[in-house]
Design a protein around this ligand. Structure first.
Ligand code: NAD
Ligand code: DAU
Length: 349
């Protein structure tokens, strides 16, 4: 039996990974470690919270002693590390928070795993979930490959790049079995509404202005979150130790084209007049150091492990909009912050 520690499991991607693992691996124990920052929300997991093989642990990866205790008392054998500060805009206003969680937190987790596993690395794995942003910014053509040089340009991507380096250092120096995946932009249910797609959906519902940075010509490669979770499961089960796998959707959109598509789909679904929501678009000051384009080449993952995205973008976007429209309470809770008050009451801090 494996004791699998998933960090950041109350967040957007982590909650989909936790659900998948709890359902797919009933004979393993799944521990969800999360600090429940503003981005962590246990309401993302109500459907599996009473499963026999699931345990939630509230802890901060900045706390090494606590991590040591968790590894020892639960005999953790595998780690899937997603906990992070994840929003680029927040990293511009508070870079040190990203160093503390993403760099120090990852180093702490590696150290706790090394101490627990030192005697025997057999049947152990440290899986680090990273981002395509570590590779920097592309021009109009080309792709990020697994051997593309790192060139992070925001405090967020610099902190993720640093964490990737620490993970590889533990592989080369101590022989720790590790694997890393670098994924493109995710979208889907439970996406926190500070990120482009859920922010636009929320603002369209409320007829608020739709802030497009700069000229809206930056390009992102979008992948449905459940396809990312499937890729993580595939790499976790079949990936080769020490390797890196890129994950992406081969699905590039300029921000403005994407916002137009969202406006049109939502007008249809909300029974509004065609073109109504487009009138809400407002061009605002650009993000500092705004990366122009990301595009992943995921051929290695397809050829070696057989993973491919299951959903076409328009279908995924439709499912996403439908999820937000039928989960307005979730949206109201996270935007009103009432779920944070609940945690304060429940955990007394
Ligand atoms: P998120 O912000 O939605 O969730 C992050 C989770 O980590 C939250 O539950 C939060 O409470 C938890 N957390 C934050 N700091 C913590 C700490 N110090 N200790 C313990 N828990 C802490 O993030 P996400 O979008 O789900 O991203 C998850 C991971 O995937 C991150 O590592 C991110 O870099 C990576 N990633 C994200 C995307 C994307 O498009 N969102 C794409 C590629 C890679
Ligand atoms: O590429 C993977 C990364 O994708 C992840 O590692 C990050 O955790 C995740 O947040 C995401 O980063 P981005 O910066 O690409 O995502 P965001 O949703 O913040 O922005 C997407 C694009 O939309 C980007 O070009 C900035 C633009 N944007 C964003 C917001 C929030 C706007 O034009 N207006 C907005 O209000």
């Amino acid at each position: 039996m494996r004791n699998i520690l998933i960090t950041g499991g109350a967040g957007f991607i982590g909650s989909h990974v936790v659900r998948l693992f709890v359902n797919q691996f009933p004979n393993d124990k799944i521990y969800n470690l999360d600090a429940l920052t503003y981005a962590g929300n246990l309401a993302n997991l109500t459907d599996i919270e009473s499963a026999n093989n699931y345990t939630f642990i509230r802890a901060d990866i900045q706390d090494l002693d606590k991590l040591r205790e968790i590894f020892t008392s639960n005999n953790i054998t595998h780690v899937i590390h997603l906990a992070a500060e994840s929003h680029v805009d927040r990293s511009i206003t508070d870079p040190l928070a990203f160093v503390k969680t993403n760099v120090l937190g990852t180093a702490n987790l590696l150290q706790a795993a090394k101490e627990q596993w030192q005697e025997d690395f057999a049947d152990k794995l440290f899986y680090h979930v990273s981002t395509d942003e570590v590779y920097g910014s592309l021009g109009d053509t080309g792709f990020f490959y697994e051997d593309t040089s790192y060139d992070p340009r925001s405090p967020y991507s610099a902190s993720k790049a640093s964490s990737d380096h620490f993970v590889r250092a533990y592989f080369h120096t101590y022989g720790m079995p590790i694997v890393i995946s670098n994924c493109s932009n995710n979208y889907g249910p439970n996406h926190f509404p500070e990120k482009l797609i859920p922010l636009m959906i929320n603002n369209i519902i409320q007829r608020k202005s739709l802030p497009v940075y700069g000229k809206g010509l930056n390009v992102r490669d979008w992948l449905y979150v459940i396809d990312h979770a499937r890729a993580i499961q595939c790499i976790f089960s079949n990936g080769n130790t020490g390797e890196t796998y890129n994950i992406g959707g081969h699905n590039e959109w300029t921000n403005i084209d994407l916002v137009h598509l969202l406006c049109d789909k939502m007008d249809e679904k909300l029974g509004r007049e065609a073109g109504d929501s487009r009138k809400l678009i407002t061009y605002v000051k650009d993000r500092a150091g705004h990366d122009l384009r990301y595009a992943i080449d995921a051929t290695k993952l397809k050829d070696e492990l057989g993973w491919e995205p299951s959903l076409q973008f328009e279908e995924g976007l439709s499912k996403t909009i439908d999820w937000f429209l039928s989960n307005e309470e979730w949206l109201t809770n996270v935007t009103s912050g009432s779920y944070m008050n609940y945690y304060k009451e429940m955990y007394h801090n």
